[in-house]
Write a protein that binds this ligand. Structure first.
Ligand SMILES: NC(=O)c1ccc[n+]([C@@H]2O[C@H](COP(=O)([O-])OP(=O)(O)OC[C@H]3O[C@@H](n4cnc5c(N)ncnc54)[C@H](O)[C@@H]3O)[C@@H](O)[C@H]2O)c1
Length: 342
């Protein structure tokens, strides 16, 4: 199988590429990534020189580049590229609308024109909005996004749906809950808390800390995506989650316990505007139809994630300072136009 991954230098995309090439060493992966602040090629340093891996620096909104790239005849596209941080979407939504909606449209349209046989759009539980206590969103639940990030992802999901309904294009949408694991940019809850605690900084907890999220280890998400790429049905939506939501406070307290740090480091800060209280997904469809199950328990996953951040202080420091970004920016500027190099 020859696949194109977009956004493969980010957190989930890089974990997916590593998972995929380790699982299917005969398969071929191309990675299209713009290398925004969230894209980091050191996430794939161990993969970079493999003969069946190619990196293309570019923007999913660039239709000339995408059109040229898709002439390489891919069996499937897994579309991760997005602006992904809710807080950033609140302070400036423009980039979210552009990349998440226009970018998805651009790659969908080219994939349709060039008859790509399978297209998996990686979306989020945030499109369903906040759930009441005890309530679970299934794939038929109404969309009710509350942040500009969630709204941009919901719009992209609907574009994929419309391409299936209108053109018979083989698009599939996955909606996963919050991911955690290695190589996650230290602005998201779990890596932020771990890296702050390791540096003796305060751990900022929004509001009363009782917002609930359903955490899934990134490896489990990657295995689910693999099932969807290989066996998912065009036009379908698949929720992917553990089914066990916990509060942010529970997560932070458990991390402090694993790290052996004091609760005094925790600091309650003003809540995020429009902060959804509870995300909770019913993912029985992907389990019953595609045979996927959670394999990493939350406690084991948190321990492994803490250990990874403890063992990689250099990655955290250079990711936070922007050193990696500056290095790759210079490198790719010196190489010149991506289209000409393709
Ligand atoms: N992180 C989560 O908990 C989570 C949960 C559910 C769904 N998702 C979705 O999964 C996908 C990946 O999330 P992530 O956490 O790995 O995000 P991330 O922010 O870590 O990575 C995003 C990647 O996309 C690239 N990118 C951004 N704009 C681009 C553009 N215009 N063209 C090409 N590349 C571009 C970035 O350089 C980066 O490498 C996103 O679509 C996100 O909405 C994430």
């Amino acid at each position: 199988m020859k696949i194109l991954v977009t956004g493969g230098a980010g957190f989930i995309g890089s974990n997916f590429i590593r998972y995929f090439l380790n699982s299917y060493p005969q398969d071929v992966v191309w990675n299209l990534d713009k290398l925004t602040y969230a894209g980091n090629l050191t996430n794939l340093a161990d993969i970079a020189s493999l003969p069946n891996y190619e990196f293309v620096r570019g923007d999913v909104c660039d239709s000339a580049l995408v059109s040229h790239l898709l002439k390489k005849s891919f069996d499937a596209i897994i579309h991760f590229a997005a602006e992904s941080h809710v807080d950033r979407s609140i302070s400036g939504a423009q980039e979210f609308v552009h990349t998440n909606i226009q970018g998805t449209f651009t790659i969908l349209e080219e994939a349709r024109r060039q008859r790509v046989a399978r297209f998996v759009h990686v979306s989020t539980d945030e499109v369903y909005g906040s759930m009441s206590p005890g309530e679970l969103a299934n794939e038929r639940s109404p969309l009710s996004p509350n942040s500009p990030y969630a709204a941009s992802k919901a719009a992209a999901d609907l574009l994929v749906r419309s391409f299936f309904k209108t053109y018979g294009f083989p698009g599939i949408v996955t909606r996963s809950s919050n991911n955690y694991g290695p190589y996650q940019f230290p602005e998201k809850l779990i890596p932020l808390m771990i890296s702050n605690a390791l540096e003796g900084r305060k751990l900022p907890v929004y509001g009363d800390g009782l917002n609930e999220r359903d955490w899934i280890h990134v490896e489990d998400h990657c295995r689910a995506l693999d099932r969807v790429v290989r066996a998912g049905r065009p036009g379908e939506i698949y929720n992917i989650a553990s089914g066990r939501p916990v509060t942010n406070l529970q997560i932070v307290l458990r991390l402090l316990e694993i790290l052996g740090k004091s609760k005094e480091l925790m600091e309650f800060v003003e809540d995020r505007p429009g902060h959804d209280r509870r995300y909770a997904l019913d993912s029985s469809k992907v389990s019953s139809q595609l045979g996927w199950q959670i394999t990493v328990s939350l406690d084991d996953g948190l321990r492994r994630t803490v250990q990874w951040y403890q063992e990689n202080p250099d990655w955290v420091a250079k990711t936070r300072s922007g050193d990696y970004r500056a290095y790759y920016k210079k490198h790719y500027e010196q190489r010149g136009s991506t289209l000409a190099n393709l």
